[in-house]
Design a binder for this molecule. Structure first.
Ligand code: IPM
Ligand code: MG
Length: 368
């Protein structure tokens, strides 16, 4: 039996509740499908700060580096608003991304047929939506130096962040986008702000050159990122794959998430480069939603984004394509059955809590 090393980092807020539903799936797959998952657990975010005074301990970082894949819940909450910036909960997630070199963040926005009514947009605008946002995750303004608040000495301060991209960073994320487009509708739209940002000019040049050199079979378009945001809410179905930088990708993926009905629906995968010898890659899977402290602990959170993130883990880290398809079909079937958590509830549907939603998905997965 293959051994598959999984590190679970449930984190804060609704993270642990959502992760508990994935654990049920892992237990079932080990017991009934000889999946051979070996799970370990660690702390990240506010809970890690409470335990160790750090947003992730060195020991848990080492576990993450050694795992075949990491499943991440969510971090943060008002309890840690006043902790030092360096050890704020989000720093743990950023360190995982940076140290594991997870430069490619895949954020699919799929509108399940049953949820077209839940979107704030008209059903015909979102019905059948299937787009993939590829966000660059280890560069740009989130990591660029200098990054500081300086004292100008005259009673004034200045906050500085630096947007910086090197060609290799742009070329490799563009490559991921073109490769994935080939498995879909074969179209990539690259978004930047070349009209005001030098890094945008370079982004545009490198994406264009990468396309010309290796991917000219893929249809490539360019859009300014602000116009891209507008087009995403005007007519999102015009897009197949969107590739963009860390900051724009953060914003545009939240916009895309809402098209699908709720932030509680969106999974994501953060991937490193494939190892030249083994072909395996470091990977972390996380829901796009945050820790939702306002509803944490009430048993009402939507576990679908977390479960769908596990489906992406099966697909991208373990090549368990059939099982991933089956899990995604189980999610769709449960929605077709009319089950809804509070965030996607609508008239005539059956409102359920986190564990009921998880149990229903597991039951459909078992039966498939
Ligand atoms: C995301 C989140 C994170 C980010 C935060 C929690 C650091 O917004 O994954 O989209 O900014 O990348
Ligand atoms: Mg975000």
């Amino acid at each position: 039996m293959a051994s598959r090393k999984l590190l679970l980092l449930p984190g804060d807020g609704i993270g642990p509740e959502a992760m508990a539903e994935v654990r049920k799936l892992i237990d079932f797959m080990n017991a009934q499908m000889s999946a051979g998952f070996e799970t370990e657990e660690g702390l990240v975010g506010g809970c890690a700060y409470d335990a160790h005074g750090q947003s992730i301990s060195e020991a848990d970082m080492a576990k993450a580096m050694a795992a075949d894949a990491v499943l991440f819940g969510a971090v943060g909450g008002p309890k840690w608003d006043a902790v030092p910036y360096e050890v704020r909960p989000e720093a743990g997630l950023l360190r995982l991304r940076k140290d594991m070199e997870l430069f490619a963040n895949l954020r699919p926005a799929i509108c399940y047929p049953a949820l077209a009514q839940s979107s704030s947009l008209k059903p015909e605008v979102v019905e059948g939506l299937d787009i993939l946002i590829i966000r660059e995750l280890t560069g740009g303004v989130y990591f660029g130096e200098p990054k500081e608040i300086i004292d100008l000495g005259n009673g004034q301060k200045r906050g500085i962040d630096t947007q910086v991209y090197d060609p290799f960073e742009i070329g490799r994320i563009a490559g991921v986008a073109f490769e994935l487009a080939r498995t879909r509708r074969n179209e990539v739209c690259s978004m930047e702000k070349r009209n005001v940002m030098k890094s945008g000019v370079l982004w545009n040049e490198v994406v264009t050159a990468t396309h010309k050199a290796r991917y000219s079979d893929v249809k490539l378009t360019h859009m300014l990122a602000d116009a891209g945001g507008m087009q995403l809410v005007r007519w999102p179905k015009q897009f197949d794959v969107i590739v963009t930088d860390n900051l724009f990708g953060d914003m545009l993926s939240d916009v895309a998430a809402m098209l699908t009905g709720s932030l509680g629906m969106l999974p994501s995968a953060s991937l490193g480069a494939p190892d030249a010898k083994t072909g395996s890659r470091k990977a972390l899977y996380e829901p796009v939603h945050g820790s939702a402290p306002d509803i944490a602990g009430q048993g009402i959170a939507n576990p679908i984004a977390m479960i769908a993130s596990f489906a992406m883990c099966l697909r991208y880290s373990f090549n368990m394509v059939e099982e991933a398809d089956r899990l995604e079909r189980a999610i769709s079937a449960v929605l077709d059955d009319g089950l809804r958590t509070a965030d996607i509830m609508s008239d005539g549907m059956t409102q359920v809590g986190t564990t009921q939603m998880g149990d229903a998905i597991l039951a459909r997965f078992k039966a498939a």
